[in-house]
Design a protein around this ligand. Structure first.
Ligand code: EPS
Length: 388
């Protein structure tokens, strides 16, 4: 499976084309809309989310609720487009209108300045329109399809926020994946710990008042993954490495951890490796899951546990100093409408990009022209590894 996304933040619409899904998989627009709505929620979002109500239009590759095996095209309209038709017109516009909403004061931490240099853009809007996290809408739309495929194969994905602006959620040691899903879904900041919810919301309010932003950490878990996805044979076939790219590829994400992650630097090997056990009912298992479901770049059958850290959004209402790229004079950075935090939304994005990487890997490993064939191949393989 491969896909591309297109679209500017204030352009007419966002698009994705996905190729390589098997024929005969059940798929409805509502499966995708559900994920899109989850991404739009979350305490700390700015004015834009009051304008948009993301709804997908499927214009190819699906017929009567089932995939056709042909490329699937997804379209999400930007409702805000009606306010940007001249600024973002694809046609030529009169000279005096060319500078409307022009950006010449790059925001520190954003793609503005380097993107301008690289593509020779005198108006940094040409950069920010595509570098905007609005694009994650389509990564979630694609991820929703991937999630649907995983669900049909009984693979479950959950995501939640573990840290927001330095406040840590307490995560019960024995919490199940289903419970993580249920609890975080009820929370406006997508945490499983109701005790920190209020504190986090207050911090978001205070941050907004200060004209500042906050980041955090999100965690994604994937349960019931068959062992043996990914490979040790080449650096770029390692599945954890592919997931790391997908996570750090989310706007504003700066780092990634699997299982105990960076804590492994402080522990002896005996506290990091997971002992191997076998029973007739479950096949091979690990006694613990410190490694977060990966050995040798391959899934080992334990729950995948991957974390990503998101820096605070660089658009600040109380801006940092920058330079005007025309005059070279010091200037305050541009203030674009923005969110005080998007960490809760980013946890939904993280779930979906992880789902996409896994679905892609499954489709590469198993027979995948027809969905029935795929299901059968995965079921047979699960049986085989149990008795290996
Ligand atoms: C974003 C700036 C804001 C956010 C946007 C990401 O948009 P605007 O400039 O239109 O107010 O709301 O996020 C989305 C639109 C979205 O769908 O998540 C940015 O600069 O990255």
């Amino acid at each position: 499976m491969r896909y591309l996304t297109a679209g500017e933040s204030h352009g007419p619409e966002l698009t994705a084309i996905i190729e390589g899904l098997p024929a005969g998989m059940p798929l409805l627009a509502e499966d995708i809309n559900l994920e899109l709505a989850r991404r739009q929620a979350g305490y700390g979002r700015g004015g834009r989310m009051k304008i948009e109500k993301d709804q997908v239009r499927i214009t190819s590759g699906v017929r009567h609720g089932k995939t056709l095996g042909s490329p699937i095209t997804l379209i999400v309209e930007n409702r805000d487009w009606k306010n940007w038709q001249t600024v973002m017109a694809s046609e030529e516009v009169p000279k005096k209108e060319q500078t409307m909403r022009q950006v010449t004061h790059p925001r520190p931490g954003h793609a503005d300045l380097v993107g301008g240099m690289k593509y020779h853009h005198a108006d940094l809007r040409n950069v920010l329109e595509r570098s905007s996290a609005r694009e994650t809408t389509m990564r979630v739309a694609v991820g929703a399809i991937a999630k649907k495929l995983l669900k049909e194969l009984e693979i479950e994905v959950a995501g939640h926020v573990t840290v927001l602006g330095g406040i840590k959620a307490e995560i019960p040691a024995e919490i199940s994946l289903t419970e993580i899903k249920e609890r975080s879904e009820k929370s406006e900041v997508r945490v499983v710990d109701p005790n920190v919810e209020e504190q986090m919301k207050q911090l978001i309010d205070q941050t907004k008042k200060n004209g500042d932003t906050i980041g955090g950490v999100v965690e994604v878990l994937v349960g019931n993954v068959p062992a043996g996805l990914g490979s040790y044979v080449q650096w770029d076939t390692k599945l954890d490495a592919k997931l790391a790219q997908a996570i750090v590829g989310i706007n504003a994400f700066k780092g990634v951890e699997f299982g105990v992650g960076f804590e492994a630097a402080n522990l002896p090997g005996s506290k990091v490796m997971d002992e191997i056990i076998w029973s007739k009912a479950t096949g091979y298992r690990r006694k613990t899951n410190h490694l977060g479901g990966f050995e040798g770049g391959m899934t080992n059958g334990e729950t995948i546990i991957v974390k990503g850290v998101m820096k605070p959004i660089p658009t600040l209402y109380k801006p940092l100093m920058s330079v005007d790229i025309k005059t070279k004079e010091p200037y305050k950075a541009s203030v674009e409408r923005s969110d005080s935090t998007a960490v809760p939304a980013a946890s939904v994005v993280a779930e979906n990009v992880v789902a996409t990487v896994l679905a892609t890997e499954i489709l590469a490993k198993f027979s995948s022209d027809s969905f029935a064939e795929l299901k059968e191949a995965v079921a047979n393989y699960r049986q085989y590894i149990k008795n290996f």
